[in-house]
Design a protein. Structure first.
Length: 372
């Protein structure tokens, strides 16, 4: 790619071919970055996932990708099977699963379409006709054509498969945090009603007529139940925050690099002409859209939890539980967010800014190239 863009295209003066091939190179580098990252940090990711299964909020030093995965799995094991929390969490996780599968299928479909396109067109074509592989000229002559076609197809299949798999993993990891936060919100909203139900069940089982009429005993039983439930909810909330911090620590470098590559790739695709990059643009845009989408969903989930904490009828609690709710409210007001290297918060505002800035850079470069 470097030889073609910086040497051959300078000799031929073909700016369009250089822009198209450069955009292909930047898109390919996102796959390489993900692959290299997963190999280097596989233990950390597995550890984080395992932590979810154990609900262990303690950070394990020196973990890698596998460590992240392991902590997620351990956290999930703490959820009581058959409980309302478990059912609500499973319902929300089904939506996360559909989201991950949809994105995976879309990325793979675009890759397959990119490979099949030259087979549909009449004559001998490549996945990118403007690209010339070093040492394989003339490209359309046998056996150069067969070698180049095989090389390009294998490269595309490998790159797209790696990108789709890692993207689906990130969607599941962040989606699990989102699902747990939303489920905890439901638990907060039903907290007072659950306490009243628990009180009536306790009285029917153990109470007497004098106890039923005791307001002090009722408040004591209900607040004890609320205290225990708040401990459980707080534990899960702290765990979610710590797991997100673990994810940010592990993925911040690769997400920052990929974010920059995607922005450069979109600009290059526009400079190369939509007629030449109509399959690359949705592939590239889908990546940055999903990063911003899951970041926005995480922010929205945090906002829902904050409102649920305030609407849990805390005014009926005793002072100790009120203090706990107050601390939870302060913690929930610090919004959960996903960032690209800690530099840019990934949300819809970021997405619109990227679209606006990339188009501005494109128009500037296009006018500059036209004048040359």
């Amino acid at each position: 790619m470097f030889w073609f863009v910086f040497i051959r295209c300078q000799e031929t003066g073909d700016f369009t071919a250089a822009a198209v091939v450069f955009s292909l190179g930047t898109n390919s580098e996102t796959c390489s970055t993900k692959l290299l990252f997963m190999v280097l940090y596989k233990d950390t990711v597995q550890g984080i996932v395992q932590r979810y299964l154990e609900c262990d909020a303690k950070v394990v030093p020196g973990d890698t990708v596998q460590g992240i995965v392991q902590r997620y799995l351990e956290c999930d094991a703490k959820v009581v099977p058959g409980s309302r929390f478990s059912k609500n969490l499973s319902k929300k996780l089904r939506d996360i699963k559909k989201r991950a599968i949809t994105v995976w299928v879309m990325l793979i479909t675009i890759g397959i379409a990119y490979i099949l396109r030259p087979l549909i067109l009449p004559g001998r074509h490549f996945t990118e006709d403007l690209y010339v592989i070093y040492g394989l000229e003339p490209m359309v002559a046998t056996p150069n054509y067969e070698i180049a076609s095989t090389f390009m197809s294998i490269t595309i299949i490998t790159g797209v498969y790696i990108l789709a798999g890692v993207t689906a993993l990130i969607l599941v990891i962040i989606g699990y945090i989102e699902a747990q936060i939303l489920t905890l919100s439901d638990e907060m909203l039903t907290l007072w009603g659950d306490a009243e139900e628990y009180y009536h069940m306790n009285i029917e089982t153990n109470g007497s007529s004098s106890q039923v009429n005791s307001d002090d005993l009722k408040a004591q039983i209900m607040n004890k139940f609320i205290k225990n439930r708040l401990k459980e909810i707080t534990t899960f909330h702290i765990l979610d925050i710590n797991l997100l911090n673990d994810f940010e620590t592990v993925f911040r470098v690769t997400m920052a690099i990929e974010f920059g590559l995607i922005v450069v790739g979109i600009i290059s695709e526009l400079l190369g002409g939509v007629e030449n990059t109509y399959l690359e643009l949705p592939y590239t845009f889908l990546q940055i859209f999903m990063d911003c989408y899951i970041g926005q969903k995480l922010i929205d989930a945090g906002s829902v939890f904050e409102k649920a904490v305030y609407d849990c009828k805390w005014e009926n609690f005793d002072k100790a539980n009120m203090k706990t709710v107050s601390i939870m409210l302060q913690a929930s007001q610090k919004s959960l967010s996903l960032t690209a290297g800690g530099l840019v918060t990934l949300d819809f505002v970021c997405l619109m800014s990227v679209i606006k800035s990339t188009y501005s850079v494109y128009t500037t470069l296009q006018s500059t190239v036209s004048e040359i």
